[in-house]
Ligand binder design. Structure first.
Ligand code: 4NP
Length: 144
């Protein structure tokens, strides 16, 4: 799960998907394309919205997406088109590129919909992000 800061959207996506899969069979992780929040806890507003739904993301710490992630993971879900561009710019091969998917393609196939960045907005933005990610993760979990 990849966003820009790895403190708002992708930590929620990681927590939500983990709650829907068998963690002995599937490894879910998240990262940011940026470096600003390496080692940081998720944003308090993401922690709060997760808590409302019994998803605890407090143990997560920010890390930056790296080229190794293309080898270490089968699927790379990006939150928005800007994340997609940034991740694709690091891809070394077509097989890397094929792993990169916009997460909301899971519920709005082919419509190119972004998970909006809630960082500079209010709490309502975080609720909206949660709802979108929950639906998308239901689809991912069904396939897994
Ligand atoms: P995220 O949100 O990409 O959903 O984690 C952001 C968090 C921090 C910043 C931007 C977006 N930032 O500019 O520090």
């Amino acid at each position: 799960m990849v966003c820009l800061g790895n403190i708002c959207r992708s930590p929620l996506a990681e927590g939500i998907l983990k709650s829907k899969i068998d963690s002995s069979k599937v490894i879910v992780d998240s990262a940011g394309t940026g470096h600003w929040h390496i080692g940081d806890e998720p944003d308090k507003r993401s922690i709060a919205v997760g808590k409302k739904y019994n998803i605890d993301i407090t143990n997560q710490r920010g890390r930056q997406f790296s080229i190794d992630d293309f080898e270490n993971f089968d699927m790379i879900y990006v939150m928005d088109n800007s994340n997609k561009e940034d991740v694709l710019a690091l891809a070394q091969s077509d097989s890397h590129k094929e792993k990169v998917k916009l997460i909301l393609d899971e519920i709005f196939p082919g419509e190119n919909v972004d998970v909006p960045d809630p960082y500079f907005g209010g709490n309502a933005g975080f609720d909206k992000v949660y709802e979108m990610l929950d639906k998308a993760c239901d689809e991912i979990a069904k396939r897994l």
